[in-house]
Design a binder for this molecule. Sequence first.
Ligand SMILES: C[S@@+](CC[C@H](N)C(=O)[O-])C[C@H]1O[C@@H](n2cnc3c(N)ncnc32)[C@H](O)[C@@H]1O
Length: 273
Amino acid sequence: MIFEFFKHITISAPDYIKKMGYLKEILSIESRYKRFKIDWDRHLKNSKEVIIDALKMARNRRRVVVLGSGLLLDLPLREIASFFDDVVLVDIFHLPQVEEAVKVYENVRLINADITSTAHRLYISRPKPKTELPKEQPFFPECDSHCDLVISLNILSQLPIIPRNYLINELGWKDDEDITNWEHYIINAHFQSLLRLKCPVCLIADWELTYLDKNDVEIERHLTAPVLRDVEPYRQWFWRLVPIGYESKQYSVELTVGAFLFENSELLVYKET
Ligand SMILES: C[S@@+](CC[C@H](N)C(=O)[O-])C[C@H]1O[C@@H](n2cnc3c(N)ncnc32)[C@H](O)[C@@H]1O
């Protein structure tokens, strides 16, 4: 906790990244990963395996864009850097240690960008409760005709979380239907933009969250990305996000994660050849 706090103060980042809570969230992912490594490893390994499978979809090896590169925990960077000429890693913020880690690759670039196009706008415009919320189109840098694969990496359900908390905790919004609809808008807009891309896409995203008791019996579940509920995944697995005894002695938290491979607006379960 103290370590996280110290890092938060000493790392230089744009105002909105710190004040809205993006930096705090990245630092918290880092410390949760250290604490829950055993529980997270299978999920990280599965994500990497799916990405390696997805390389087969790329017809050329010019560029791959990764949306949600974060701490690079779930990304087989060495493999994709040796496969593609140009590797573009996009996140709202990359920690200095990530900048350091990618320096060994001549063909890896980092881009710090808000892929929803709404976070900074929200921070600047500070919309009052019950007014219009920003509905910009997503911004996917470098996903143009030179791009041969786009990977959306464990980011989809995360996109509305910090903006939502900011609206409620800082701007006085009520946690009501307006906010829920806007959250769905952000998630759906990301998904639809991926479907519209002209190159193959690998989407890895959680879509359901379950609370389990100490005997692993379900207590409650809800959808984290409703748009994915009825979409057939290429692979699916469970990610024990928080083991029992950390957030609560009564429950652990588990995510259902799906991997979806598709191309040309059509969602396909990619078949091995
Ligand atoms: C659960 S993490 C993904 C895991 C990540 N691949 C890793 O290994 O750390 C979600 C990531 O989404 C990023 N993120 C959240 N909202 C974003 C936005 N609007 N634009 C770009 N990145 C965002 C966070 O900074 C975080 O790194």
